[in-house]
Design a protein around this ligand. Structure first.
Ligand code: ZN
Length: 283
């Protein structure tokens, strides 16, 4: 092998002799990963799903913006939690919640998921993509969070966007699958039947209820989420809300439903324990 290491990525060539003794060169790259990161996805298999038909709801807040702090207070005052999808390079920069804030949130029952390092629309295929996925998982792991979920950045370019079922049959999906138990992507509906399996949790969809979605539409998605035997993920960009309290009515509904036992809010995706051989089945 001949390679050069820049930051934590090696790029170079691998030379191999073929059966005639002729040397062939193949481009290669490598990304440094902490050894224990390999165990995260497999240890997540021990989660046991709750198997009644109460609808399950997951909220996730993306991107670690400064506005999360206010929104998290709104959730907590209503007895609600969420999963925080964190681009690890952002943490603590420019008024964003820092590592200690995230630790406090986790101690309060919030889930923490990896959401790339830099959330960049110019992320390139190959080593850059791998570094963004594994780097963010490794960063969270090294800060003590042991993430099992990776949330795809919505601005990733076409080559690495998981926007069709076919994209889940590529080496990129296999790579993510090795390190993440749950993969939130942009394909598929936000509501689906429970229990989630290893196969349905990998590539799970969501409904984005910030970003200017009209209340009437959020209301109809909320009605869908109330169907028995279903799981629904709602994604929220708190920095794209028209006002900090714009979703208070939605949080009130969620809180009332949770208190009455009509829905179960979870801070992390729960996957039913699978037979081991189903884990690597193509989607
Ligand atoms: Zn994002």
């Amino acid at each position: 092998m001949r390679y050069q290491v820049v930051a934590d990525t090696a790029r170079g060539d691998l030379f191999m002799s073929d059966s005639l003794g002729l040397e062939q060169g193949y481009p290669m790259f490598g990304v440094r990963v902490r050894a224990n990161v390999f165990a995260l996805a497999s240890s997540a298999q021990r989660l046991t799903a709750i198997s009644d038909s109460t609808p399950t709801v997951l909220l996730w807040l993306a991107d670690d913006p400064p506005q999360d702090e206010d929104f998290i207070a709104r959730l907590r005052s209503r007895g609600l939690t969420a999963m925080l999808a964190i681009p690890t390079y952002f943490v603590g920069r420019n008024g964003r919640p820092g590592w200690q804030d995230l630790r406090n949130d986790q101690a309060l029952g919030f889930g923490i998921a990896a959401h790339s390092r830099t959330h960049s629309a110019t992320t390139a295929d190959g080593p850059d993509f791998v570094g963004e996925v594994l780097g963010s998982i490794t960063d969270l792991d090294s800060m003590g969070f042991a993430p099992t979920t990776f949330v795809e950045p919505g601005n990733w370019p076409e080559a690495i966007a998981f926007d069709s079922v076919a994209k889940f049959k590529t080496w990129r999906a296999s790579m993510v699958r090795t390190f993440a138990w749950v993969f939130a992507s942009r394909v598929g509906p936000g509501t689906q039947p429970e229990p989630l399996t290893a196969s349905t949790a990998f590539g799970i969809g969501h409904w984005t209820v910030s970003d200017g979605l009209p209340d009437s539409l959020i209301q109809s998605l909320w009605r869908q989420a109330n169907q028995r035997g279903h799981f629904t993920a709602f994604g929220i960009h708190t920095w794209k809300l028209p006002s900090p309290g714009a979703l208070d009515w939605f949080l009130d509904s969620l809180s009332q439903a949770q208190k009455a036992g009509r829905v179960r809010l979870i801070p992390d995706v729960v996957v039913s324990a699978p037979a081991l051989d189903s884990v690597n089945e193509p989607r």
